[in-house]
Design a protein around this ligand. Structure first.
Ligand code: AMP
Length: 541
């Protein structure tokens, strides 16, 4: 008979994180820019008390374990209270991306069967439009006080502060099975309807531990952390959990994510660490460079969600900010890999070190990955062979919420990304499989092309898509937004590629546009670009 270990059994519950922060970092601050317009400050101790009151209020409203509660909200302290109040009582915190189309939001609310939806003041008009299409929602909770409640509304409105004020906080977090569902995020659904990833308490707590490790986000109680990545985008990459877990000060930017507003908050609150998608850093960098500013405390940032152009890494480094490139997806809670150097890399030249730092990095413990060819055969880790990236692990999806199809292949989740892995286990995404450009049967990495273009001083943003070619089937077309007041010709830009990529990878043409459409999570919307340019005639055709 097996000999069992003799250690205490304690379920890994999300409530334990906020309890820990309140007990051991009780005086540490949480600072939030509110939609009401002011700056709000309080501590982990106060946050936990209000989360308990919220759990009581939800109980009083009839919310039970397993019920779904939606949110349409920015990064802020009330949203954090909902994360803990809802999951802590055993219900499911369902964060909804308010940047989706109203029809998609209604679909998601109905598919998830949200009983209540909490929302920020900003989204009142959105809620007014969506509410008539969500008959099963019993109440829409405005995350503000009585003074901000509208006189009348088409939606059944409740007031957040009234709900909290009605409770005494005399509440013990319940203990239950760590495999119970804790939270729900829908993928942005570029094709078909969005699909739900249903996380558990166990998967979330394990992901929080792992993501805080030094070779991942590397969070410490000494940090001041500002998650720019929204709490409606894969739980802000788990930071609402990992930051209280380590006891760091938290700073929430609310709705103001432009460069000037972020810079002001970074300086004022002495932020040391942040995380967000490349498009956000583009705005911040532009503001800092245009005004000749410096960061006095900001020293590290994790960038992911789409590939980080090396030019962005260089620009941040010039401001003494270390860039940690990370990769993941909604289906992975989301963190899979992060790019930090090994000790042996310190001896490399600056250029060689940066070649590594461009990659999406090594897995964090808990995630296992492999690349396979079209027949499912595993490919070598030589940094050259590229194939479909597959993952598995305790915080990776097993199946989608209320969907019978099995997404796995032999127990592995196919990410839809195409990647290489080198001898040291550094993974590099060459493309999303749908975005890869197939020229005469050979593949061209759109990310590589975009990275070169982004390094040109006149380029603000660049997307590389396939355009129809009668001989090669597909050829790369570069779509470019120029920096304000910058000038560059098509010929100059194409010349810039010479010697930087294989000759046949150089785009056939450049299209200058005023704007590149972004998805609800700030990624370049290549599907829409491809539609926009579907009848484009390449000069080489
Ligand atoms: P989402 O679930 O919306 O976060 O999207 C996940 C997808 O974003 C991944 O499957 C990748 O295609 C893409 N992605 C995330 N991080 C990166 C990265 N660092 N580099 C390139 N693509 C990325």
């Amino acid at each position: 008979m097996a000999l069992m270990g003799q250690m205490m059994s304690a379920p890994l519950l999300i409530s334990s994180i906020i309890k820990h922060a309140a007990r051991y970092y009780g005086g540490t601050e949480i600072v939030s820019r509110r939609t009401e317009g002011d700056l709000h400050r309080y501590t982990y101790r106060e946050c936990e008390l209000r989360a308990r009151k919220l759990a009581q209020a939800l109980g009083a409203l009839g919310v039970k374990q397993g019920d779904r509660v939606g949110t349409l909200a920015w990064n802020g302290y009330r949203h954090l209270e909902i994360y803990y109040g809802v999951s802590g009582m055993g219900a499911v915190c369902h964060t909804i991306n308010p940047r989706l189309f109203p029809e998609q939001i209604a679909y998601i609310v109905n598919h998830a069967e949200d009983g209540y939806v909490f929302f920020d003041l900003t989204f009142l008009p959105l809620v007014e439009g969506v509410a008539p299409h969500c008959p099963n929602v019993k109440g829409w909770v405005l995350m503000s006080d009585r003074a901000h409640m509208p006189a009348e509304s088409k939606a059944k409105l409740l007031c957040y502060e009234d709900l909290i004020d009605a409770q005494d906080g005399n509440y013990e977090w319940p203990q239950f099975d760590e495999n119970q569902a804790s939270s729900l995020c829908y993928t942005s659904g570029t094709t078909g309807n969005p699909k739900g990833a249903l996380y558990s308490h166990r998967s979330t707590v394990l992901h929080s531990y792992a993501s805080a490790l030094p070779d991942a986000l590397g969070c410490s109680a000494r940090d001041v952390i500002l998650p720019v990545v929204p709490m409606f985008h894969v739980n802000a990459w788990g930071m609402p959990y990992s930051v209280p877990l380590v006891g760091a000060k938290l700073v929430f930017p609310g709705a103001r994510l432009d460069g000037a507003s972020l810079y002001e908050l970074f300086e004022q609150e002495k932020v040391t660490f942040s995380a967000g998608v490349p498009t956000v850093w583009l705005g911040l960098l532009q503001h800092v460079q245009a005004n000749n500013l410096k960061f006095s405390t900001f020293r590290r940032t994790v960038i992911g969600g789409s590939a980080v152009p090396p030019a962005m890494t260089r620009a941040l480094e010039a401001l003494d900010v270390e860039v940690i490139h990370a990769w993941g997806m909604t289906e992975m809670s989301p963190l899979g890999t992060a790019c930090k150097l090994l000790a042996k890399h310190e001896a490399l030249s600056d250029a060689d070190r940066h070649k590594i730092l461009e990659k999406q990095g090594r897995v964090i413990y808990g995630v296992d990955m492999k690349i396979v060819d079209g027949d499912g055969k595993e490919l070598p880790w030589d940094g050259k062979a590229f194939g479909d990236l597959m993952v598995r692990g305790p915080w990776i999806i097993d199946r989608y919420f209320r969907n019978d199809a099995n997404p796995l292949v032999d127990g592995w989740f196919p990410t839809g990304d195409v990647a290489t892995i080198d001898e040291d286990g550094y993974m590099q995404i060459t493309d999303r499989s749908k975005d890869v450009i197939k020229s005469g049967g050979e593949w061209i990495s759109s990310i590589d092309i975009e990275n070169v273009a982004a390094a040109h001083p006149a380029v603000h943003m660049a997307a590389c898509i396939s355009a129809y070619h009668p001989k090669w089937d597909e050829r790369p077309l570069l779509v470019v937004v120029k920096k304000p007041n910058a000038e560059v010709s098509k010929e100059e830009l194409l010349k810039f590629f010479e010697g930087k990529v294989a000759k046949w990878w150089i785009p056939d043409d450049v299209a200058f546009v005023s704007e590149i459409p972004l998805t609800a999570t700030g990624k370049m919307q290549k599907l829409r670009l491809r539609e926009q340019f579907k009848d484009y005639r390449l000069p080489t055709a």
